[in-house]
Design a protein around this ligand. Structure first.
Ligand code: VG1
Ligand code: CO
Length: 542
């Protein structure tokens, strides 16, 4: 039976950088999930009888939310849903299913790298038919619908069994429970030289992949230990847990410290990697070297043709604005297009669809290509492995060689988490007020070339996105960027991004902190950071 339930708007269902993200308790309120899913369908047209993909990263409340999404979809006239077994689908795997089976769209439950469990975070995101996150135009309509909602439609049925592969019906809608890994693995086989990778592991190459008790465990085990013959135990923390084992599934140097320490120790294997809650991020650490995500993007782009899927070359490289310009140098050398977009993967969709960019990346450990419309953690790991298998060099040697060729972009991001929201807004406004007076000014040893609040004009659909971060660019190519996070769920998170270009090979061995020390002081002075936030140090440095 299909029921129509009267409801009223929740005040705050506004999607951020990557969908709607809130504390689990917020999502557990009666009607909360129902309202948002109904608002998604209310924002769409022409989906009667169509197919949608539904899955999530396995975190606490995932199964309940998926059962609700199935009931609402059935009641709204959806023809079929494809659901990952156990409710599991990594974000890139969901993107692949949407594209491969040409579905109308997909609903992904995840709060990505945010902590899980009953007191952690939960999230939901709508992806469109190209497999990518809904662009701003679409999320704005969804948000408007959440504000005017008066009723939702829901099938009044029992829970279905999410664990058995096969097909069941819910009020005339077909529910197909599928292996979450199978199609993704086939896609990876089309991009990378699996024979060569098998030979690499057979030759004694060793790696550790930390799945952080999040969604990539089953994918990494099936591909690395299964298809590629890496020894059992290569994948650690490989079982997705609702609370991620009490950890924070964010593959950075704080939360993946154990992996980092191993890779810096005398017992380090050849390669270390980790992924996040929903499998779209990657952390790359070679023996004795952490590769910043910005450098990883540049190195992957520079070497991509070594993998079969990219052998014919790249059309272009896109990076988010705060990501270092290392990738730009590769694009310039290759003579291909380069694009600078606002933060968030949704801004890459049009460039990928139009064939303008092949590889995209963000400084926040996100790299991906035109194979899906999301960033893809395991893809980045496999591309690195493919490059290592062909070059037979260490990660350290490959990066040193890269810096010799292109120069080095020293880079760091400082996060100030859970600061007072008013203080954060005040700090940004204080910076904005200074913008007109900055060009030409000398700050310590650097002269400001230009300063602005980043705005992006999409070259494909001509949409304009404003207020995407304060940039202060110096004459020597150094940069300071400030922006407020759009994924946090408590207070505000201020992100400060610092970059300095160093062409001189003799200086490439410098510690990043030393290379950026002056710029960090300048950033602190200009923003009155300590006084306004009450913090004398960032919560996380990457
Ligand atoms: C952060 C990152 C951004 C990324 C987003 C979603 O956003 O900075 O680069 O696209 O998370 O990543 P923000 O607004 O907090 O800076 V994920 O792995 O949550 O899908
Ligand atoms: Co993620």
């Amino acid at each position: 039976m299909i029921k129509e339930i009267a409801t009223k708007a929740f005040g705050d269902q506004k999607p951020g950088t990557s969908g709607l993200r809130k504390k689990v308790g917020v999502f557990q309120q009666p009607h909360y999930v129902e309202n948002f899913i109904q608002a998604i369908f209310d924002s769409l047209e022409g989906f009667a009888g169509a197919t949608f993909v539904i899955g999530g990263d396995g975190r606490y409340f995932n199964r309940e939310a998926i059962q609700t999404a199935i009931r609402i979809a059935a009641a709204n006239g959806v023809g079929r849903v494809i659901v990952g077994q156990g409710g599991i689908l990594s974000t890139p795997a969901a993107s692949n299913l949407i594209r491969k089976y040409k579905t109308f769209g997909g609903i992904i439950f995840s709060a990505s790298h945010n902590p899980g469990g009953p007191h952690g975070d939960f999230g939901v995101k709508y992806n469109i038919g190209n497999g990518g996150p809904a662009p701003e135009g679409v999320t704005d309509v969804i948000h408007a619908k959440t504000q005017s909602i008066a009723l939702y439609r829901i099938a009044d049925t029992a829970d279905i069994d999410l664990d058995s592969i096969g097909t069941v019906a819910v009020e005339g809608m077909t529910v197909e429970i599928v292996d979450p890994v199978a199609d993704y693995r086939l896609l990876m086989e089309t991009l990378f030289d699996f024979d060569r990778l098998r030979a690499l592991f057979a030759s004694g190459f060793r790696m550790r992949f930390d799945a952080m008790h999040a969604v990539t465990g089953p994918y990494a085990k099936a591909i690395l230990e299964g298809a590629l013959g890496a020894p059992a135990g290569t994948v650690v923390n490989g079982t997705p847990l609702p609370d991620f084992g009490g950890h924070h599934p964010d593959p950075n140097l704080v939360h993946a410290k154990e992996l980092y320490d191993l890779m810096m120790s005398p017992d380090a294997p050849d390669f270390g990697a980790a992924s996040d809650g929903d499998g779209d991020r990657n952390l790359i650490i070679g023996r004795g070297i952490f590769v910043t995500p910005s450098d990883s993007l540049a190195a992957l782009a520079a070497n991509a043709t070594l993998a079969p899927g990219y052998a014919s070359g790249l059309a272009g490289i896109a990076r988010s604005m705060p990501t270092s310009a290392a990738a730009d140098r590769v694009a310039d050398k290759l003579g291909i297009g380069r694009y600078e977009t606002p933060t968030g993967w949704k801004f890459f969709g049009n460039l990928l669809d139009a064939g303008l960019a092949t590889i995209c990346g963000e400084e926040s450990a996100g790299t991906g290509s035109n194979h899906v419309r999301e960033k893809d953690g395991l893809w980045a790991v496999l591309l690195w492995l493919n490059i290592l298998a062909v070059r037979r060099d260490s990660v350290l040697a490959i990066m040193q060689d890269h810096w010799r060729t292109y120069g080095r972009n020293f880079y760091a991001r400082h996060d100030y988490e859970e600061i007072d929201a008013d203080a954060a807004r005040g700090l940004m406004q204080h910076l904005r007020d200074q913008l007109p007076n900055l060009p030409g000014r000398r700050l310590r040893n650097a002269r400001v070339a230009s300063a602005d609040d980043f705005a992006y004009d999409d070259p494909v659909d001509r949409s304009r996105s404003t207020g995407q971060g304060i940039r202060i660019l110096f004459e020597d190519g150094s940069r300071i960027v400030f922006r407020l996070s759009g994924t946090g769920t408590a207070g505000a998170t201020l992100r400060l991004y610092i970059e300095r270009y160093e062409p001189d090979t003799a200086r490439h061995g410098m510690a990043t902190g030393d290379a950026l020390a002056d710029l960090i002081l300048i950033a602190g002075d200009l923003s009155e950071l300590a006084a306004r936030t009450g913090r004398d140090a960032p919560s996380v440095i990457t």
